[in-house]
Ligand binder design. Sequence first.
Ligand code: PAF
Length: 289
Amino acid sequence: MSIIQTVQALNIWLDNHERSRKSLGFVPTMGYLHEGHLSLIREAKANNDLVIVSIFVNPTQFAPGEDFDKYPRNLERDYELSRAAGADVVFHPEVDEVYPDGAATQVEVTGALTQTLCGLSRPTHFKGVTTVVNILLNMVRPNQVYFGQKDAQQALIIKKMIRDLYMQVKLNICPIVREADGLAMSSRNVYLNPEERRQALILYRSIQKGEELVHQGVTDVREVIQAVQEEITKAPLAVIDYIEILEAKTLESIDTINDEVLLAVAVKFGKTRLIDNKLIKPQEGQLCF
Ligand code: PAF
C-alpha cells in the first residue's frame, strides 16, 4: 500500500497502475478509522480493481469552537487498518494541497436537504463537506465513491450534488456499523467517558422504540417523536439537539408516516454530540393513506 500526499504523486501512481484500464473505488474519510470505515474500504475492494482511501480532517466543515483541533488522529494506525482492509493507497494531503493559495470556490447544495437536521445546528458544515468532497473527487477521479448511512443527511446531500453537477461517479451508501451493544460507530465515540458511553446506548434504543411503534401501525409523526423523546430522557446526561422523522429521500417534513421515513436523532452527552438514524418503512399490509 502506498501513502501519498500530493496530487502530482497520486497521478504518477495511477499512471503506473494502469488507471485507464482499471476501475477505481474511493473512500473519503477524516481518519481515526473504525469498523464503519473499514466496511466501506472492503466494499470498495470487492467491487473495484484499485481502492484509494483519503484521510483529511477538513477544516472548512468545522465551525469556530467545534472540535477541529482535538478531532482524534492516529495516522500510523489508520495506515495499518487501511492496508489490512485492502486499500491500495492512502491519500493524506496537507491543507495547502486541498485548498491552495487563493482557493475561493465553494460548492453548496441549497434547499430542504441542507436546511434541516444537522444543517440547523451546524449551518456552515455541509458547505464545507460538499466543497471538500468535490475537490477530492476531482483529485482522485474514481469510478465509485463510498459513504456511510450513519451520516444519512451528508449522503443525501452528496447524492444531490453528484446528480445536479452530472459528476461521473457512482455513489454507494453503505449500512451503519454498530458496536455489539448497538452504539453506532463514530470516531467521536472516543470522547465519551465511561458513564456517557453507557448512557449513549439510549440513542439506538430510542430509535428501535420508534421503529417498533411504526411497525405496530402508528403513523402520527408527533406520537412517534414523543415516544423517542421519552426514551432518550431516561438517560439523565442526554441533551437532545433534535429528534426528527422526515421523508426519507427529500428530508421534507411530514405529519403522517405513509412511506419510507428517516428517523434521525442528535444528542449531546457532555461535550460530545452523537448522531444516529434509521430508515423505517411502515410494514407491509399496514393501512397507509
Ligand atoms: O464523513 C466524513 O468523514 C467527512 O464529512 C468527509 C465526507 C470525509 C468529508 O470531509
